[in-house]
Design a protein around this ligand. Structure first.
Ligand code: SF4
Length: 113
């Protein structure tokens, strides 16, 4: 059984709009980025999924989110959380590179499939 992780015992510290009382899925090894077909031709958008199967719709199907919203995916606790690094540093860097809206991409001829 996976070790139970919770950050709620830490003292509350705010760094920018981020809270150290929460678990940020973006910093979890199970938060996976993938290309999802969108629009026409071979266009795709970037989406994230939980490879531990924790994100579900009401009827049980897997739920995925648009990549640009990944920093908003937070939980009070998660028994499958496996942090990838120091959360404040990781999220600060992620915010610099995260798009501000959903973007559509068209693969070029040189992209690997
Ligand atoms: S395992 Fe938990 S913390 Fe990790 S991505 Fe899934 S829901 Fe988020």
């Amino acid at each position: 059984m996976a070790e139970r992780h919770s950050q709620s015992s830490r003292s509350t510290q705010l760094f920018g709009e981020l809270s150290s009382d929460k678990i940020y899925c973006a910093n979890c090894i199970h938060c996976k980025l993938f290309r999802s077909p969108v629009g026409s031709a071979n266009q795709y958008g970037l989406r994230v999924r939980c490879s531990a199967g924790k994100w579900k719709k009401k009827l049980g199907e897997e739920k995925v989110y648009k990549y640009f919203t990944v920093i908003r995916r937070t939980l009070e606790e998660c028994d499958a959380y496996v942090p990838m690094g120091e959360v404040e540093t990781f999220l600060r860097e992620l915010r610099k590179s995260l798009p501000i809206k959903d973007e559509l991409f068209t693969p070029s001829a040189t992209d690997p499939s």
